[in-house]
Ligand binder design. Structure first.
Ligand code: ATP
Ligand code: MG
Length: 258
């Protein structure tokens, strides 16, 4: 039984003249403890798909299954890091991190203790009592990431979690996430624009087409675990990178010609 299974998801939105199709028949799954990435052109519908998984948007058709149960349209069952950090401006950093745990039923004291324990591990020690506006975009992203990481649901959906970090911090965060994931083996669905990041982190990658998004390729990533940064130097890594780049380039060319 898969942790997550999407069955034939279609999504259309009202447009100026007619309805715009954003997702066209997306079926995919994430197994228990698996790390799966979605990679696709900008505007192809990846965040929309996450909104559907999280129950924030009801799909036009299709179903979301979690642990063998049809949960289409239900909220609160996954831990979700949105593309924009979405922190509460009036809550302190530690209290923002604690929020998802509190909503899930943890006591405030326990939730805050955990937030205080983990903030230094993402380089935010000393910022516990500050308000979000004091932090840079990348720091806010790390707060949002930590909030998702500490919430107790077993499926984490991360929408470009490292998108606004500088290259070195991004590498650190990738290695750090990999380390944590290898210890607790939560199931992860991960959106990224970086082919290298997807290859370095994932067990499997789905490549999406332009809008309306379809799955154009599913790749099983063969590198051993625990994964070392040195895999990036392997010829197989470069080969896969070029292959995915080719697929995405075709999509972008297609877009321009229409
Ligand atoms: N509520 C909505 N109403 C109308 N159109 C929408 C709505 N939500 C999303 N869209 C449209 O759906 C398309 C896909 O958007 P989405 O944010 O899912 O793309 P994405 O793949 O996450 O892009 P990016 O990689 O840039 O984050 C866009 O054209 C967007 O304008
Ligand atoms: Mg998006």
């Amino acid at each position: 039984m898969s942790k997550l299974e999407l069955r034939g998801i279609h999504q259309t939105f009202p447009g100026k003249k007619q309805r715009v199709s954003v997702l066209a028949d997306i079926s995919l799954h994430v197994k228990e403890g698996e790390f799966v990435s979605l990679i696709g052109p900008s505007g192809s519908g990846k965040s929309t798909l996450f909104h559907i998984i999280g129950g924030l948007v009801n799909p036009t058709s299709g179903e979301v299954w979690l642990d063998g149960v049809n949960v289409t349209g239900s909220k609160g069952l996954i831990s979700y890091m949105p593309q924009q950090p979405a922190l509460f401006p009036w809550r302190s950093i530690e209290s923002n991190v604690a929020l998802a745990q509190e909503v899930a039923g943890e006591t405030r004291t326990d939730a805050l203790a955990k937030a205080r324990e983990w903030l230094p591990k993402v380089g935010l020690g000393g910022y516990e009592q500050e308000l979000p506006h004091v932090l840079s975009g990348g720091m806010q992203q790390r707060v949002s990431f930590l909030r998702a990481l500490l919430s107790p649901q077993e499926l984490m959906c991360l929408d470009e979690p490292f998108g606004s970090l500088d290259a070195l911090t991004r590498q650190d965060m990738q290695a750090w996430l990999l380390n944590i994931w290898e210890q607790n083996k939560h199931s992860i669905l991960f959106v990224t624009h970086s082919i290298e990041e997807a290859l370095f982190l994932s067990d499997r990658i789905y490549v999406l087409s332009n809008k309306p998004a379809k799955i154009i390729e599913e790749l099983v990533i063969p590198f051993a675990r625990p994964r070392q940064e040195s895999v990036m130097l392997e010829s197989k890594f470069q080969e896969l990178r070029q292959y995915i780049q080719g697929l995405l380039r075709q999509e972008i060319t297609y877009d321009k010609s229409h």
